[in-house]
Design a binder for this molecule. Sequence first.
Ligand SMILES: Nc1ncnc2c1ncn2[C@@H]1O[C@H](COP(=O)(O)OP(=O)(O)O)[C@@H](O)[C@H]1O
Ligand SMILES: [Mg+2]
Length: 236
Amino acid sequence: MDDLRELRREYEALLDRLQRNEREFRRLGRAVWRVQEDERRRLARDLHDGIGQNLTALKHRLSQLGEATDDPDVRSGLAAAVQLCADTLEDTRELSRLLRPPILDDLGLEAALRWLARSVGESAGIEVGVEIEPLPALDGDLQTLLFRVAQEALNNAAKHAQASQVLLRVVARAGLLQLQVVDDGRGCDPDAALRSGGSGLGGMRERLRLYDGRLDMHSAPGEGTRLRAVVPLDAR
Ligand SMILES: Nc1ncnc2c1ncn2[C@@H]1O[C@H](COP(=O)(O)OP(=O)(O)O)[C@@H](O)[C@H]1O
Ligand SMILES: [Mg+2]
């Protein structure tokens, strides 16, 4: 009888330790993502304010020099340099927005998702519909998480699916937040797709798990793809 009680005590202590390790693992995982987002936010700002502003000044200066000369060769050389500055400035701004769009911090998830859908739709030439139910106030980590999942899903629909229509839906119900991205493209093997790591779908699935969330994908060749992320609203 004593042996049994002892065994039970050991088992409970072990279980307790496992649960504590699991909590610590999640805490660390979330901290890593938070550090990455902070770094991206800083880089995005440096790119926009530092390099971006210098390029603007350079472009202005070159076009002043072009106006001040009568030599046609110098003029056309400077005009080409001004154009190069303008293109590089546009690329710099685009890169900065992709790293961490300021709209996410300034206006929140809903506005950021509408911007993302418009921007991916325009650059890929596909129609991206957006349906977002009124959302409750969301914690910053959760907003970033859902934005990154949507970004990956929409980029995949543009890059891999050859879709002509994509729908992004967000609903909040029964304490859960659901984000769905549905496309009418060529489809794929979901098990293989979810196996990728890094910032792809597999990485997003792991990232969602750190917040007690999950990622499901339904897809078959020729039938389009339906991706659904679900996360509890009170995920801590
Ligand atoms: N919407 C989609 N339509 C068709 N294939 C997809 C879709 N999303 C993902 N895939 C497939 O799953 C693979 C893994 O996707 P992902 O993890 O995002 O990595 P990556 O985009 O870097 O290739 C893609 O290479 C593609 O073959
Ligand atoms: Mg991808």
